[in-house]
Design a protein around this ligand. Structure first.
Ligand SMILES: Cc1cc2nc3c(=O)[nH]c(=O)nc-3n(C[C@H](O)[C@H](O)[C@H](O)COP(=O)(O)OP(=O)(O)OC[C@H]3O[C@@H](n4cnc5c(N)ncnc54)[C@H](O)[C@@H]3O)c2cc1C
Length: 337
């Protein structure tokens, strides 16, 4: 069987690899030689099934949880992709931050820690941090390493081409082009801009992912083993690529309020990416017609959802029938299938 995958971001590549493992003759189309146009290139790589998304969209939870369970084995098979299961420490600086965080922590059934208990876990936290909660099942990977590993497995099968019209491609097609999916399919997928900074300093300042609020400013700090710390992210209903003074200020202000020691770190990168959002901010995964399958709109969770999306789309391609897990995510819910 031959299948074309349009889009060589983390979702398209994960699907391509899964199909290849099942003996399918796969070609992945993406215009960028390194594929760095995708949201994955700026993404922090938090695997946080209990985070904000599950809180806002409860029907996403089973899909997020199912993919989270796949990640340990998935990462092991891909090799060194920066997989780290140290967990996430959520923190709140002020009484207002704590009042807001409590709702989410209660939803996740996390125990609330005092400021000093949080600092026992993460000594670099500011003495002003008022409270925290520890999510032991949250993990992280480095999306750039994941994509590099997937590209290696698909070597010789990636064609550098922007697909502007699906009629130019023969046979079965999986459209996994992130924000580019809207132009190809007419599906309601919009770009949600995120500005991200990367800092570098001595490794070991932070032991966990920190997800925090400081005076109403939200920030996450994702420490890599080599001393890099990803600081993210703004969430803006915009499609431009501007790095703004306000965006950078808010991220750094919150980061330094929570972890003052970051002041000595070097800023090594500032980047912008666009999360592919849908009207209900849940992904669209399913058949558009007999020939075309779509897997897009993963918004804030595309890294986390890559393994389960790949598995379910491969099942759909190979058997022609959709797993019950996909019911809530069909293109039909927007009147498009
Ligand atoms: C700031 C930020 C932080 C994030 N943090 C996290 C996180 O911590 N955890 C998490 O799980 N997720 C995170 N995400 C979300 C995640 O990055 C996305 O959900 C994910 O990248 C979506 O994958 P994708 O392959 O569908 O799209 P993308 O990664 O955007 O890739 C799309 C690909 O399709 C290609 N393409 C587009 N149009 C065409 C066309 N016409 N023809 C051929 N190719 C085309 C592009 O070149 C690109 O390579 C974050 C995103 C952002 C922006």
């Amino acid at each position: 069987m031959r299948v074309a995958v349009v889009g060589g971001g983390i979702i398209g590549l994960a699907i391509g690899r899964e199909l290849l493992l099942h003996g399918v003759d796969v070609t992945v189309y993406d215009p960028s030689p390194e594929g760095t146009d995708g949201a994955w290139h700026v993404a922090a790589g938090m695997l946080a099934p209990g985070g904000e998304s599950a809180f806002e969209f409860p029907y996403l939870e089973p899909l997020l949880e199912a993919s989270n369970e796949l990640w340990p084995t998935y990462a092991e098979r891909l090799g060194n992709v920066g997989y780290d299961d140290a967990g996430t420490l959520s923190v709140a600086l002020t009484a207002d931050d704590l009042a807001e965080a409590r709702r989410e922590w209660a939803h996740q059934k996390l125990t609330v820690l005092t400021g000093s208990q949080a600092r026992d876990l993460e000594p670099a936290l500011s003495p002003r941090v008022r409270a925290g909660a520890f999510a032991a099942t949250e993990r992280q990977v480095d999306p750039r390493k994941v994509v590099a590993a997937l590209r290696r497995e698909l070597a010789g099968r990636i064609v550098h081409r922007h697909v502007s019209d699906l009629s130019g491609i023969e046979g079965r097609v999986v459209v996994a082009a992130g924000c580019g999916t809207a132009a190809l399919t007419g599906l309601p997928i919009r770009p949600v801009k995120g500005q991200v900074l990367r800092l570098r300093g001595e490794p070991g300042l932070l032991k966990h992912v920190i997800d925090g609020a400081a005076d109403g400013r939200h920030v996450y700090l994702v420490p890599r083993a080599d001393g890099e710390i990803v600081v993210g992210a703004t969430q803006e209903e915009r499609s431009d690529r501007a790095i703004t003074a306000g965006g950078v200020h808010d991220l750094l202000r919150a980061a330094l309020d929570l972890v003052p020691g970051l002041a000595e770190h070097e800023i090594t990168e500032w980047t912008v990416g666009h999360r592919p959002g849908t009207p209900d901010n849940a992904p669209i995964i399913g058949a558009l017609d007999d020939r075309v399958i779509v897997a897009a709109g993963h918004h804030r969770n595309g890294v986390l959802l890559a393994p389960i999306t790949a598995r379910l789309v491969a099942g759909l391609v190979l058997t022609g029938s959709a797993d019950p897990l996909l019911e809530a995510f069909s293109p039909g819910r927007f009147g498009c299938a």
